[in-house]
Design a protein around this ligand. Sequence first.
Ligand SMILES: *Cc1c(COP(=O)(O)O)cnc(C)c1O
Length: 456
Amino acid sequence: MTEQTKYLLDESKLPKAWYNINADLPVPPAPVLHPGTLEPVTPDFLSVLFPMSLILQEISTERYIEIPEPVREIYKLWRPTPFIRARRLELALDTPAHIYFKYEGASPVGSHKPNTAVAQAFYNKQEGTKALTTETGAGQWGSALSMACNFFDMDLEVYMVKESYYQKPYRRMMIESYGAQVFASPSNRTQFGRALLDEDPDAPGSLGIAISEAVEAAATSGGTKKYSLGSVLNHVLMHQTVIGLETLQQFEMAGEYPDVIIGCAGGGSNFAGFAFPFVHQNLTEGKTTQVIAAEPAASPSLTKGVYTFDYGDAARMAPIVKMHTLGHSFIPPSIHAGGLRYHGMAPQVSALVDAGYVEARAVKQLDTFKAALTFLRSEGIIPAPESSHAIKVAIDEALQAKESGERKVIAFNLSGHGHFDMTAYDAYLHGELEDYEYPAEAVAEALHQLPQAMAV
Ligand SMILES: *Cc1c(COP(=O)(O)O)cnc(C)c1O
């Protein structure tokens, strides 16, 4: 029993419902505001961008929401995902701690992102949406949504941050292989993109800018296209809870319960998907698991940002939400964990950090790659640079347990593999990778541009 390494659930154990933390949040949710009027948004405004079923999920306070059968059928292509005891890593660290990880890199595109992409494509298809628009940073989200749109026979336009479009061409090729169109952002297809290119034809782009372009493309399509976001929103976080719901069952198989759980946080979706079912246990079952969100020191919205109302995108077209933010005009340094380069953080994660239910830690780039190598040389899997932030914190916790002699149970979410990130590993191995200092001045400047009515 104690020798077991992998805990695999059979398909019949795939969760039948997602967990909605809005039912249990200890703090009331802040209103979502219209980017023009700064008044609470109406479903009418949101329905330009999203199908009604997803808008209703966004504001729902029902604890469990049934996963539609066609979505579960597609989940079965790779779910339930493995839960693995990292015994060789424990040995390498010589720690009495038990280290487990949930492996979301097992999905066809190599990350957790299809968990929501498939659901969003399904609900759009059901309501007659003909095409979706979206943004992608390094390409993880674009590849997940292009696979999902292909399954539901829908067109997809992807605005890909220009820097990645040229530097990480394999994700772009993958998106095109699934049948979607990809445009380098800023592009000349939108008014916002054209204005930026007029100013600087070589503008490298950012996630906030690509979101603005995708939102504009949907909003000006005369109702034929809707917009899809891969993180941050409540419904996205909820779709990801299949991760934690499976993990709870797998911990039961292992006969243990975690003392510490860790996820990396960019917009907050894989972290929330893994952690919220455990936060639920903390809030309602008297459990006391420590819950840690790991973020990059170069883009530290949770540890250095302000908890206030801010726009979701650079062009101030997306709704305003209350979140930990570095300012919507802030463009984070070019760290290799592209999926963690966002100015804000999901409102639900932000609220839980603000109220002390979730802890946040910032991790430096060189330390994450060092942790990634320790992990891959013991467990074999090459982790995504994003996921390596969680690994770094897990290793820190395991080493601390070694010092104190505690037999702690530590679990982290391995949100994806790093097979498309080998140039980053190459740079690290050849000593060409650097740490970025926290860009305090750029953040201070961006924080001056918070929505007027809400400025703190
Ligand atoms: C996109 C991505 C992330 C960051 O997004 P979240 O919404 O914070 O989960 C983390 N890991 C991987 C592998 C990703 O692709």
